[in-house]
Design a protein around this ligand. Structure first.
Ligand code: AMP
Ligand code: ZN
Length: 138
């Protein structure tokens, strides 16, 4: 896709600090790292987000995450990491080309996960709604 920054990196039109490349994927350091070693794993084929990515390719990305994470952790001296994707604007997705963040974590790195709510929720009604949506293929 011509106006996609990650497609441009894949094409070699703009630079990136690559740590891995194969036929289907590329992995490079995030330009604004959350922590040292913050890596993006990106399929070469352009898909706008996780949901639009063929499941076979998702499996390839997951396998590459498993392969690269021990090396990244070794390089930065960490034993923990987050491996996740932001899907949609409200979730923080800025670049509309599927990518997974592999972020090494450290005990005192100051990054907090989001907090769960203690407020009453109608879990049964929510579960029914979701099951119905799954059942209808939505
Ligand atoms: P997201 O918010 O999930 O779409 O993540 C996009 C990520 O891409 C951000 O963490 C950015 O710092 C990173 N990023 C943007 N442009 C570049 C670039 N040219 N090279 C490396 N990482 C980039
Ligand atoms: Zn792209």
């Amino acid at each position: 896709m011509s106006d996609c920054i990650f497609c441009k990196i894949i094409a070699g039109d703009i630079p990136a600090i690559k740590i891995h490349e194969d036929e289907q994927c590329i992995a490079f350091l995030d330009i604004h790292p959350v922590n040292p070693g913050h890596t993006l794993i990106v399929p070469k084929e352009h898909h706008a987000n996780f949901l639009e990515t063929p499941k076979e390719l998702v499996a390839v990305i997951m396998a590459l995450g498993q392969k690269l994470s021990p090396a990244i952790l070794k390089a930065v001296g960490s034993d923990s990491f987050n491996f996740s994707t932001n899907n949609g604007r409200a979730a923080g997705q800025l670049i509309a080309h599927t990518h997974f963040h592999l972020i090494p974590r450290f005990p005192a790195d100051g990054h907090k996960m989001w907090h769960g709510s203690d407020e009453h929720q109608d879990f049964a009604a929510m579960a029914t709604k979701i099951r119905e949506a799954v059942g209808s293929g939505e």
